[in-house]
Design a protein around this ligand. Structure first.
Ligand SMILES: Nc1ncnc2c1ncn2[C@@H]1O[C@H](COP(=O)(O)OP(=O)(O)O)[C@@H](O)[C@H]1O
Ligand SMILES: [Mg+2]
Length: 319
């Protein structure tokens, strides 16, 4: 397989705050840099940008806001060097995208510019919640990582995040198809006559009522590929959370997220955060550091078997 088939741009989401999206982003980035890869980390948490703090940058000299407000014309000019060789950082801005209310096409242009940055890997750390801006960034990334813990609320939010991003994707793919959009909107609507409760019901209904559109729906579902990363694992039973997410995604959404890995709970992570030093550097031999190095190694295999940016844009209805 050629280097070209490697997925470069990855988003790290998960719906809930505090589950470790930023920790995973920076940990994975550091380990990939240690393996000789050129990495750019981007803080896409528009409500609570703090990736720079975790990376030891106290006062970001430039942020995404400088680019979005056109104070700086080229995206590469806002990349901040970090203390770690091989890692550039694009610091976050306050909710500039939310207040600017960009069109879908504008957001996709930004994602395309991000994808074009000179790096082996670009990791985009997303904020909590399921706002359209967050979902669109996630969906436009060919690589998708969902971070969660075994807490019930995290499971709910991770499933909700996957579900929302999948529905958002379907609405974009069929944006110009009123018949199909009408059916998509009815799924889960208890008042609707059709009684569709899941994507499986939607598929059956489309196969019956609009059979010529069924293959495209099937393709959009097949194209949706997300990877699960469970964080703060304390004991092996915690890993049951992975089965739960996979089962509900299979049963209700008809998608099969794969597992990227499990990151151990390690009190040293919090100490490293308070020292403003990335944890794999602060405690090279800790449990979490060992786990994230392992995850980075499997990531290098995973990123080769997933689909590329062009396919992701096509699936988002922009190909
Ligand atoms: N594997 C872990 N072990 C121990 N503490 C962790 C771990 N991952 C994250 N944390 C703690 O959780 C806090 C929140 O993580 P963070 O990545 O900022 O969450 P998010 O980006 O999802 O809001 C961190 O500041 C850290 O103290
Ligand atoms: Mg965060």
């Amino acid at each position: 397989m050629t280097a070209k088939s490697r997925i470069k741009l990855w988003s790290i989401g998960g719906g809930k705050g505090g589950v470790g999206k930023s920790i995973v982003t920076l940990g994975l980035g550091i380990c990939l840099a240690e393996l000789g890869k050129k990495v750019i980390l981007i803080d896409g948490d528009l409500g609570g940008a703090n990736l720079h703090t975790l990376m030891g940058v106290r006062f970001p000299p430039t942020t995404l806001e400088d680019f979005l407000l056109r104070r700086v014309s080229r995206l590469e000019d806002i990349i901040v060097e970090t203390q770690v060789e091989g890692i550039g950082l694009i610091c976050g801005a306050d909710d500039i995208l939310g207040s600017a209310n960009p069109t879908y096409a504008q957001k996709m242009r930004l994602m395309q510019q991000i994808e074009n940055l000179d790096a082996d890997f670009i990791l985009l750390d997303l904020g909590a919640g399921t706002s359209f801006n967050t979902l669109d960034m996630f969906n436009a990334s060919p690589g998708k990582i969902v971070v969660f813990t075994n807490q019930v609320t995290s499971l709910q939010n991770a499933y909700g995040f996957i579900k929302s991003s999948l529905y958002r994707r379907l609405c974009r793919v069929f944006a110009k198809d009123e018949d199909l959009l009408w059916l998509i909107y009815q799924v889960g609507d208890k008042g609707a006559e059709s009684g569709m409760q899941s994507i499986r019901d939607l598929e059956n209904r489309v196969a019956q009522a609009l059979p010529e559109k069924w293959p495209r729906l099937q393709q959009a579902l097949d194209d949706y590929q997300a990877f699960l990363l469970i964080n703060m694992v304390k004991k092996s039973q915690d890993l049951k959370a992975i089965d739960i997410i996979q089962t509900v995604c299979g049963d209700f959404l008809n998608v099969q997220p794969q597992v990227l890995g499990a990151l151990a709970f390690d009190p040293g992570v919090e100490t490293a955060v308070n020292q403003m030093t990335p944890f794999p550097i602060y405690m090279k031999k800790g449990r979490a550091s060992a786990a994230i190095r392992e995850i980075a190694r499997s990531f290098l295999i995973t990123c080769r078997i997933s689909r590329g940016f062009a396919a992701s844009l096509a699936a988002a209805g922009l190909g």
